[in-house]
Design a protein around this ligand. Structure first.
Ligand SMILES: Cc1cc2nc3c(=O)[nH]c(=O)nc-3n(C[C@H](O)[C@H](O)[C@H](O)COP(=O)(O)OP(=O)(O)OC[C@H]3O[C@@H](n4cnc5c(N)ncnc54)[C@H](O)[C@@H]3O)c2cc1C
Length: 342
């Protein structure tokens, strides 16, 4: 085994996942640079192990101990890395906190990421599911990223089209799954910025604050306030944010559903399809505030499953499956989990 790598065994992951699930990793390494990944790949025993790349653990449900080498990305650094007439390019290392990056940009009057304020987790994980909230998504201002390819041992430089971003989706969930470790991500932030108030609740919040022409900082503050009102803080009650993705259905399917369920909540998409509000579907099935063992559905937000104290990952999964089955029985719509379930 490579002497220079500080591999730990039976490492508790409890404080490293926002559900606060008590699980252990058989092997664990804090990755501070690409050299650590190269050393893992060069080591016969380590390279033969299964791997789990870990950021902030805010999109994970651990249902058992992790029999793998956990590569915890802790490489740090944010810098302006380029500029042209229209954009300032910034590059952040994977181990930086996402919200920390948003704050870093706003402190320098660099705008564009403000709608994504307060999303937990790391910069390196943000492209995996193309994080999105309050009318914005990562892909909008994404420039490029660097990743280490465990198969070839090479550094990959990926552009926006290489990443194939979609709704909570990217190439990292498909062709590059279990293969690419994202090292850093670059964003092109516009010099001529326009506020994005497409999301009705955010527009209403600005109106309530009496702000007609908000700055990016004011949008960030409003997003933070809305999120703090609506979402439980993982530091107080374990959760992974929205547990289910909003299901996407055709216009015909939505029309058929509306006949039976006239109050169905849905959002038109650019391609003519509709996103159904998964939280509404779950709420209508009577799940808000209910629990199985120590795993519960949040009192205020039916889309968020919570650890009421000492829940196991299996209990959370059991709860999720019961909810999924009820939604399917009532609406014939399959809802898919958003977090990675291990
Ligand atoms: C309270 C709360 C609110 C949330 N709100 C939102 C929201 O509004 N919008 C939204 O999109 N998400 C939201 N999330 C989900 C979560 O914050 C994001 O998915 C976030 O990007 C996950 O980052 P992470 O570092 O915690 O990833 P982790 O949970 O550590 O990992 C998630 C996945 O990414 C992989 N991964 C992590 N880092 C890397 C890397 N460097 N290279 C390759 N693979 C990697 C992991 O292997 C795993 O498969 C929320 C979560 C919580 C707890």
């Amino acid at each position: 085994m490579t002497a220079s790598l500080d591999i730990r065994h039976d490492q508790s992951l409890r404080s490293l996942n926002t559900f606060g699930i008590d699980a252990k990793a058989s092997s664990y390494l804090r990755v501070t640079s690409v050299d650590d990944l190269r050393a893992v790949r060069a080591d016969a025993a380590l390279s033969a192990m299964r791997r789990l790349v870990l950021g902030g653990g805010s999109n994970l449900l651990l249902t058992r101990d992790v029999d793998a080498l956990v590569l915890h990305m802790v490489n740090r650094g944010i810098a302006v890395s380029g500029e042209n007439d229209a954009h300032t390019i910034i590059t952040a290392q994977a181990g930086e906190s996402w919200h920390g990056l948003v704050q870093w940009t706003l402190a320098r009057q660099l705008c564009g990421l403000e709608n994504l304020s307060l999303i937990p987790g790391s910069v390196g994980a943000a492209p995996i599911q193309n994080i999105g909230a309050y009318g914005g998504e990562l892909a909008e201002h994404f420039h490029a990223l660097q990743a280490f390819d465990f198969v070839s041992g090479e550094l990959l430089e990926l552009t926006k089209s290489d990443c194939a971003f979609g709704y909570r989706d990217s190439v990292f969930k498909h062709a590059l799954r279990d293969r690419a470790v994202i090292l850093n991500v670059s964003f092109a932030l516009p010099k001529r910025w326009q506020p994005n108030l497409r999301y009705a609740e955010l527009a209403a919040e600005m109106a309530a604050r009496g702000i007609a022409h908000p700055t990016a900082q004011q949008i960030s503050e409003a997003v933070i306030a809305i999120r703090q009102r609506k979402l439980p803080d993982p530091a107080i009650i374990g959760n992974a944010g929205s547990f289910f993705k909003n299901p996407v259905v055709s216009a015909a399917r939505r029309a058929a559903l509306l006949v039976q369920h006239p109050r169905l909540v849905s959002y038109a998409q650019a391609d003519g399809s509709y996103k159904l509000a998964a939280g509404w579907l779950i709420d209508q099935c009577g799940w808000k505030g209910r629990s199985i063992g120590a795993a519960g559905v949040h009192q205020k937000q039916a889309l968020v499953l919570v650890n009421l104290g000492g829940a196991t990952g299996s209990q959370v999964l059991q709860l999720a499956e019961a909810i999924r089955a009820d939604v399917f029985d009532k609406y014939g719509v399959a809802i898919e989990p958003e977090p990675v379930i291990l």
